[in-house]
Design a binder for this molecule. Structure first.
Ligand code: PLP
Length: 397
């Protein structure tokens, strides 16, 4: 029980479990997604885990926040439970709060059940009629999966040698296919590499393509970044560019299981997305949690700091064993293990550690999320069992 707020985390979790059950959401949502991926790839379906099996694992496969939402957010959500039986409940002013946070109007905001819903809405709205999406490979592949659902094609560009996104290649691809392109997707920083697109590069892209091409900039990991060359792309929205910025409460705030994300975009683009939003997809409880989260910048700073410390330490440990790590600005990183990551991930799983999946064509890079200190120790112990030490590398962390 928290002495100041007089509410207990356990009682909240109990009630959330009931509510999520009622909403048809599962605590093992991401595992389920992974299993679906494996089934699609032709692998035999895996048995579902029990809660205690799941709880005992070091969960480093889905870039989640291992600490969970801060107390301020838990309290706001607990207080909002009294609206669980209502449709017309006060929603805490979530849209206005997001608009104020970014210095835009409520007309410039649309919320969704996670930023995943923002990505689906964007695909449906902007790829309608078989238009193409332009992006890189690998990136957050959901954008391509949704594009397939809308029967659209993708133009997938290779990453640069340093794993950055090749802006001149984006510009060429858009210009060469101008009539067919409905959407450019820029994941910044990119998942799975953790590499940022600098503010100068974003400007170069926007200045280099026709003004009417819509660019979706996915800033899911915005809050973890420390690189002064990065900047949010919200100012481009305010300047009237055809830019949709996607954000999520899943990562820095730790609300992945509660589902809240949003887009900041010009009113005209928001209006094109609206018909594709699912009614009532965002629940009463998380709306109140989101409003509280926007105010609690101190706990976000703490999560960011812990993440940087543990990422830096693990990176150095891996490098001292002789393994290259791609310098990351996010709550995950990629280590070059030099063999197919599918059997490697199985080896980790046998040791109670869940880590990445294949991100073609980077099939020998293992993506590892930054968990708690204990989870990172478990990861390193397993890593040393699975891989031989090679001697120091020179790559910077
Ligand atoms: N965008 C990126 C780059 C992600 O990595 C993720 C999830 O991992 C999402 C969007 C979707 O997150 P959510 O729907 O939980 O907001």
């Amino acid at each position: 029980m928290d002495g100041k707020t007089g509410f207990s985390r356990r009682s909240f979790v109990g009630r959330v479990g009931v509510a999520l059950g009622a909403l048809g959401l599962r605590p093992d949502f991401d595992l389920f997604a992974q299993t679906r991926g494996q089934q699609a790839a032709g692998a035999a379906p895996r048995a579902r885990m029990t809660e205690s099996e799941y709880d005992s694992l070091a969960k480093l496969a889905n870039n989640e926040n291992p600490y969970g939402p801060p107390e301020s957010v838990m309290k706001a959500m607990t207080d909002a439970f009294k609206y669980a039986n209502r449709y017309g409940y006060p929603d805490g002013g979530i849209v206005q709060a997001i608009a104020d946070h970014h210095g835009v109007k409520p007309d410039n905001i649309i919320i969704g059940a996670g930023s995943s819903e923002i990505l689906t809405m964007s695909d449906s709205a902007f790829l309608y009629g078989g238009k193409k999406v332009v992006s890189v490979e690998p990136t957050y592949a959901t954008i391509y999966q949704y594009a397939t659902n809308t029967k659209s094609d993708a133009i997938k560009l290779a990453l640069r040698k340093d794993y950055g996104q090749d802006i001149p290649a984006f510009i060429h691809a858009v210009k060469d296919n101008y009539r067919d392109v409905g959407l450019v997707y820029l994941c910044n920083p990119n998942n799975p590499t953790g590499v940022v697109v600098t503010k100068q590069e974003v400007k170069q892209l926007l200045d280099g393509i026709p003004e009417d091409v819509v660019v979706l900039i996915d800033e899911a990991y915005h809050h973890f970044i420390d690189d002064p060359n990065y900047e949010t792309s919200v100012p481009h929205v305010i300047a009237g560019r055809q830019v949709v910025v996607a954000r999520t409460f899943s990562k820095i705030v730790g609300l992945a299981g509660m589902r809240l994300g949003y887009a900041v975009a010009p009113k005209e683009l928001i209006n094109r997305m609206k018909p594709f939003s699912q009614s009532y997809s965002v629940n009463a409880i998380v709306k109140h949690g989101g409003v509280a989260a926007l105010k609690d910048t101190a706990s976000q700073a703490k999560v960011k700091q812990l993440n940087i410390e543990l990422r830096t330490k693990t990176t150095h440990d891996l490098q001292s064993l002789g393994y290259d790590v791609i310098p990351s600005q996010t709550n995950f990183f990629m280590v070059h293990v030099g063999r197919d990551v599918v059997p490697v991930a199985d080896e980790f799983k046998k040791r109670g550690v869940l880590v990445g999946r294949p991100f073609p064509p980077m099939n020998e890079h293992l993506r590892v999320s930054v968990g708690t200190a204990d989870e990172m120790n478990r990861f390193m112990t397993a890593f040393k069992e699975i891989f031989p030490a090679k001697g120091k590398t020179t790559t910077a962390g």
